[in-house]
Every structure is written in C-alpha cells, then in structure tokens.
Design a protein around this ligand. Structure first.
Ligand SMILES: *Cc1c(COP(=O)(O)O)cnc(C)c1O
Length: 376
C-alpha cells in the first residue's frame, strides 16, 4: 500500500534508539532534555516541554493558559478532534470558526464575530503545514486580550514570513505521530518563550510533583523530599522515543525539502487538469507539506477514494468537521453548520506525500487520479 503518509527511519535513527536501550535510563534521563533543546533551538523558542503525545501537549498547554469551566476557545472545525477535545478535558467550550476556501485555514475575517465575554483564546491550526495568517490572528488576540495557541501538529518545519513556526505565539504544539514531520512513535511537544507557562507545563507533565529545592513550598524533610503542588498527569515521554526524536530532527530540513519536491511535482502534473482544485503553493511561507489535499467534484470523491484503494493506494480524508462527530452532536453542536468547512469536507482527498515516496509510486497516484476523473 502507498499510504497518504508514513515515517522515514534511517540506520542512525535505529542506532540512537539502541544506544538508549543499552544505557541505564529508559525514561527521565538526558535524552528528553536533548530533544527539547533541539526542537526549541530549531524553532527559535526559549523553552520546550516534551510529552507522550500531541494530545497531551494540547491538554497541558490549554491548562497552563488557564482554560477552565465554561471558557471558550475559537478554533477551526477542520482539524483533528484533539484540538477541541483538550479544551473539553478542562470543561471549556470549543467554538468553531469557518475556514477560508483557498488556504483551508481558519478564516480570520470570521473570528471577531465569535468573541464573547467568555472567550479565552484562539487556537489556529496550520492545516496541511501551511501557516495561518498569524499577523491578523495576533492583532485580534491583542485587541481582545486573548491567548494564541498554535496547533502546529502539521507544521514542524514550516515558516511564516521567514520565521519558523514554534516561536510566534504564546504556545505552539507539535505531534510526533509517524505521519507527522518527524516521529518518536507517539509523542508531542509544546514550545513557549514564557517562563511561567513553561514551569506550569513541566509540573503538569509529571503529576504536579517537583523536587527542585528552589521551588518547594514547604520545608525539605531530607534528600528524598518532593512535593505535589498541583494536580498533574503522567504525560512523560521516554528517553527511547526522544533519542529517535533528536536523530529525526537532524533530518527535518531534508524531509521538508523532499516533501516540497513531491508537492511541486503534483502541481506540475495536475495543474492542467479540469475539475480539480490544488492546494496553494505559496513560496513566501514555507509549508512543511504534512498533507497534499486536492478537491474534486463531490459526486466523484467516494469513487476516487475506492479506486485508489483498489490500486493499493491509501489516501485519506482530512478531516470530518469536528462538530459532526456524534459526541459533539450530542453535546450541543447539532445546529452548527459551517458552510465552507462542509463544502471542503465533501470534496477533499489527501494524496500520498512523505519524504520516502518513490517517483514511480507518485506517478501511479497521478495516473489513477487522472484516469478516474477523466471517466464520466
Ligand atoms: C496529530 C494531530 C494532533 C494530535 O496529536 P497526537 O500526537 O496524535 O496526539 C492534534 N492536532 C492535529 C491538527 C493533528 O494533526
């Protein structure tokens, strides 16, 4: 099967993992810190907190930002459910905003109408890796005193106006699931320049417990002393995973370059086709090209998907609008209808794109796509 996305694992990656397996510490050793440093430095962020998934990263980030009972967070519905779920974990309320048809990102002209006295923040998602209009989002956030959490799970390696995603907002969240820019098997990270948020997320990651003598609230009882200061979780990631992560970071720029080439090739081969809308290939803002989404006539999409499967090609549809899932329908989103998001959903299909995609395989994808859509 030629999948819509997959990891690339080198011998160096394998060696890095084996080194940890032969060492004394499989978790809470030095590899976590090294990985955090490599991502923070790459992004130009002051701090990074590594955790066991992108979803955990979203959870501790929203919590550190103060999301609580009844607090509203504005986000696109065109995202993976976790962007919204993590707000629900805290008793908050996801408020879904429509997308811009061309960029597939949150439509910044529709954000302000959704702001109420309960709005706490905005959570833009760099869909497919293409950066959102952060200048506009920051201007709105500043005007209304809101936080900005970037869900950059698609966008490690993306650049907005020459600056890397990961250093632009209060917090930025990444995922290292195997289909993402780099992988740790499962894993996630939050980057921030804010010292207070950093301390809070560090505590939340590990049960709310600290051993740091400078941060104790009470008197130390002795060398074993530690304190649980807030209610936290065990969201720790292992050193095994982080060794893989650090090794993968060395290959990130190469991954993005390869994905860019694959996107360019799709553009070249598909641009003359009728009845298909290609993603914007905006060279000013570097996309990490997590996804290459084309839009086809609604009535042909299912047939195209099935024909791909018959040809051992595994496309995907990103995403079913979050509020369409039964859980959200049952908790009050039944009457919500975001027109552009839904139109997008019924026509979108994600073609295979990953750094090790072979030219012959990409040609096969193009051939199946063209021959299927050419038939009436
Ligand atoms: C992958 C992803 C997540 C969740 O990350 P996990 O590591 O799978 O928990 C959240 N948001 C978006 C947009 C994603 O693509």
């Amino acid at each position: 099967m030629i999948s819509y996305g997959r990891q690339s694992i080198s011998q160096e990656d394998i060696d890095a993992v084996v080194d940890v397996l032969r060492s004394d510490r499989l978790t809470q050793g030095g590899a976590v810190n090294d990985f955090e440093r490599s991502v923070a430095d790459y992004c130009g962020a002051k701090h990074a907190v590594a955790v066991n998934s992108g979803t955990s990263a979203l959870h501790i980030a929203y919590e550190a930002l103060g999301v609580g009972e009844g607090d509203e967070v504005i986000m696109p519905a065109l995202t993976f459910a976790a962007t919204a779920n993590a707000v629900k974990f805290l008793g908050g309320v996801p408020v879904f905003c429509d997308i811009d048809v061309d960029t597939m990102n949150i439509d910044t002209s529709k954000i302000e109408a959704l702001i109420t006295n309960k709005t706490k923040g905005i959570a833009p998602v760099h869909f497919s890796g293409k950066p959102c209009d952060m200048e506009k989002i920051h201007a709105i956030a500043k005007k209304h005193d809101l936080f900005v959490l970037e869900d950059a799970c698609h966008a490690l390696g993306s650049k907005y106006k020459g600056k890397r995603v990961g250093s632009l907002s209060d917090v930025t969240v990444f995922s290292f699931h195997p289909v993402k820019s780099i992988t740790t098997g499962e894993g996630g990270m939050v980057t921030t320049d804010n010292d207070e948020l950093f301390e809070k997320m560090n505590l939340l990651r590990t049960h709310g417990i600290t051993k740091d003598s400078e941060k104790l609230e009470g008197e130390s009882h002795g060398p074993w002393y530690h304190e649980m200061q807030i209610l936290g979780y065990n969201y720790r990631i292992t050193d095994i995973q982080c060794a893989l992560g650090t090794s993968q970071m060395k290959r990130l720029d190469e991954f993005v370059e390869k994905r860019q080439k694959i996107a360019d090739y799709y553009d070249e081969k598909l641009s003359d086709m009728e009845g298909i809308k290609l993603p914007i290939n905006d060279k000013d803002n570097q996309s990490a090209w997590h996804l290459y989404v084309v839009r086809v006539p609604e009535e042909r999409r299912k047939e195209l998907f099935e024909t791909f499967l018959e040809n051992q090609i595994m496309p995907q549809v990103h995403y079913i609008p979050v509020y369409k899932h039964p859980y959200y329908q049952k908790i009050g989103y039944k009457d919500l209808k975001l027109e552009e998001t839904e139109k997008y959903y019924w026509s979108a299909i994600s073609l295979p794109i990953y750094s090790d995609l072979e030219a012959v395989d990409q040609d096969k994808v193009i051939k199946v796509l063209k021959s299927t859509l050419a038939q009436n």
